[in-house]
Write a new protein. Sequence first.
Length: 325
Amino acid sequence: MKIALIVGIDYYQNVSGLHGCVNDAYSVESMLKRNDGGSINFKTKLVTSSGPTDQVNKRELKDLINVLFSQKAEVALFYFAGHGYIEANGGYLVASDATHGDDGVSLNEILAMANRSPATNKIIILDSCHSGIAGTSMENADISHLSDGMTILTASTAEQYASEENGSGIFTTLMVDALSGSAANLVGQVTPGSIYAHIDQSLGDWDKQRPVFKTNVKNFVSLREVTPPIILEDLRSIVEYFPVAGHEFQLDPTFEAELKGRDEGMPEPIEANTLIFKRLQKFNRLNLLEPVNAPHMWSAAMESKSCRLTALGEHYRRLVEKELI
């Protein structure tokens, strides 16, 4: 069972309101609720505040977080979009009824709940200002206290603000893009690590906010499954053509189905070989394979040269060899 508490707060009684947090919460829930193709993914609870009639107060927010991390789930995920606050004693998530920034739910308390959780994987995702302080020891800023299975992903460092753009948080926009498939691996899995990598690469070095990623896990869990860019049967066939590391697969003109560009006396295409070549070309397009001493795969075949796996291709070859795919 995978469960997620998703909170977005735009309305605040005593501090300035926000504009994109509720939209962000709906977008995140839409992505997490179902995998690509419609299968059930997370069981979600969505809580939002857009006006005085639907406030999310401190007591309610704290209770909801406590219930989430009390469940014995495969994954317990908490997402928050709203105001964040930092002071000498730590950081806070600000609820609708807060009179001051430190009148919110303490990030130290949230981390304590998550660290005690019976859930196998605990994931905290925060799109709020100063959220990078989450998990940091107050005694030593270089130390994080994360129990086994804990992952924290935040929109900014402890010193930075989290920005909104076009009615949505910049961080969450990139996260939703990652969940939609931009950060998927070749078997269609989107993990917290791949989400962070996607966001980190999308924000330039001069951006005023940088994401923070902290984790203590033995294996990354998939947060969403999307349609893989290659049929798994095709991917598993990689060991047929490259049985050992460093192997080169020899090509010749019989692998190329195109008749144009052939010199006189060249052998005709062989159907079985052209089918193999189509698969090898898929590997090439996914950066799993490269021609040797040729500008592209067509030239490698027509000039009877070979192809070999890239570093990424060798990685997937090993996974297939170990029956991990």
